[in-house]
Design a protein around this ligand. Structure first.
Ligand SMILES: [Zn+2]
Length: 259
């Protein structure tokens, strides 16, 4: 059976870029880039040099790609361009935060559907609502951080991970994380949902605040309280910190009440 679009019922006949065309056009064209790609079936990274970075996920349909996703891309280009190269002080308004958060959530959905082997993390109704109104569901937290960028160096990665409680419990839950980086900008999405369907319907998903040691470097942009966000945060992440940041949700310590 032909794979269906993440967001509607059309066949997935179109490739969505993980790093947008307009971003890649900002890179010098005479460079070669090293791509780190994780092959999920082999669970290892392969590294290869390329002239043009073209990581894509064939999980959407042509009408979605050409219409609302293209509109979102336009809003993202305006909001994100000043943040990708350089770290000039600025203030992000809700008008900029909303498309950036939507971009991050879209990237998580693409990651989840690119190598789908089980049921999608989010049911169709939620993906459809995102297409219709860019609605990000409850239980999704999005953080934004900056990375240290050395002159003449170019950076980008994309990593997603699914997880959840490993013991049988009425409070059991699943999680899905996606971290994306292009040049100065790092976006991280953490989604959770209860295992129990009844609980999922009646209780808000569990949420995890980031540790206080991350506060100076990573800013929660979603859920939005409607306020402006000063940018960039006081600290940027260097290479080692980025790895720890990327993998920071790999282990949860949760103490459940006794049932
Ligand atoms: Zn579609």
């Amino acid at each position: 059976m032909a794979k269906k679009c993440v967001f509607c019922t059309h066949p997935a006949d179109s490739r969505e870029h993980i790093f947008s065309d307009w971003m890649l056009e900002m890179l010098p064209s005479d460079q070669r880039y090293v791509v780190n790609e994780r092959i999920s079936t082999r669970d290892k990274y392969i590294r290869y040099p390329v002239r043009k970075v073209g990581l894509k996920a064939k999980v959407v349909c042509t009408p979605c790609n050409n219409n609302w996703m293209s509109d979102l891309e336009g809003l993202c280009k305006t909001a994100m361009t000043p943040l990708l190269f350089g770290d000039n002080r600025t203030t992000l308004t809700p008008k900029e935060i909303v498309p950036i958060a939507a971009f991050a959530f879209k990237t998580l959905l693409l990651a989840n559907h690119k190598d789908l082997k089980a049921a999608p993390f989010f049911p169709f109704a939620i993906r459809r609502a995102f297409r219709l109104s860019l609605r990000i569901p409850d239980g999704v937290h999005i953080w934004m951080a900056t990375r240290e960028v050395l002159a003449g160096k170019y950076y980008g990665f994309w990593k997603s991970q699914s997880g959840g409680t490993d013991q049988e419990s009425p409070f059991g839950f699943r999680s899905y994380t996606c971290t994306w980086n292009f040049q100065n900008l790092i976006l991280q999405v953490l989604a959770t949902k209860w295992d129990n369907k009844e609980r999922r319907r009646t209780v808000s998903p569990i949420s995890f605040p980031q540790g206080s040691d991350w506060e100076g470097a990573s800013t929660l942009i979603w859920p939005s309280d409607g306020n402006n966000i000063p940018w960039p945060p006081p600290f940027y992440l260097g290479d080692n910190a980025i790895e720890r940041f990327r993998d920071r949700w790999n282990a949860f310590a949760v103490q459940f009440p006794s049932a």
